[in-house]
Ligand binder design. Sequence first.
Ligand SMILES: C[S@@+](CC[C@H](N)C(=O)[O-])C[C@H]1O[C@@H](n2cnc3c(N)ncnc32)[C@H](O)[C@@H]1O
Length: 281
Amino acid sequence: MTGNTQQIAEWNGSLGERWAALHDETDRIVAVFGAAALERAAVGAGERVIDVGCGGGETTRELARRVGAAGRVLGLDVSRPLLDLARARAAGSAAAPIEFSEADAAQAELPAAVDLVFSRFGIMFFDQPAPALGHLRRALRPGGRLVFVCWRAPRDNPWAMAPLVAARKHVDLRPPKADPNAPGPFAFADPDRLRALLEEAGYASISIERCDAPVRIGADTRAAAENAARIGPAAQFIRECRPEDRPALMAAIEQALAPLAAADGSISLAGSSWIVSAING
Ligand SMILES: C[S@@+](CC[C@H](N)C(=O)[O-])C[C@H]1O[C@@H](n2cnc3c(N)ncnc32)[C@H](O)[C@@H]1O
């Protein structure tokens, strides 16, 4: 049993199944941030790479394309539904040898002396982040790189939070007090804490850079509300409300988003992430 048991159960349950079913949507939302992290990683031909929390394997395949036939990429994840998807999507793409493994990155047996440990929003779910990051560091060769992208704070990510705020307001509910550092999408939002965790894990040359981009959440307010109800913090909240309240909640979200529509009616809201890099010094 690891401390990550709860996250592992969630990513193997309805959360992982929803992510697998909605992979086109989730890939589209995070694409620009992932592309920035991939650029930062400066992946070279022939490199050996681990993709932590690889999910449906979008970045695993892109990493394989970049390392080419002489390289090697291991996609690591705890979610069976997402790994099934990743394997199916990678089948027949022979850019480089890809292997997927169902394992907790915090304690999995890892290949030795890899060049790059990479993650697109798949590394913020550890119960004990410093030991987990240290475990990943020990898989790197001396001078090997850790590069990942993670979300900045909820308040800096209205694309995720605006629908939730509207839904909460509708039922007049104050947000419960929550630990901002708890395992989850926003666990690495505090850059000082993140730097301290990386230092504790033994990394050197730590860089934490802000990367902002608008996130298009729907072609119109209805589509944006429907998308928010499928994935993200508002979806979780709506699922916890009474089913008979759902139509009114959806209307409240639409109403809140309407003034934010662009000229073509689409809804794009701010998204904000950290691009993090460090070295096994
Ligand atoms: C937000 S999703 C990101 C998936 C993928 N990287 C992407 O960009 O589409 C987070 C992923 O981290 C995985 N994950 C969570 N905890 C993990 C752990 N301890 N070890 C490995 N993967 C984990 C989840 O199963 C999920 O696939």
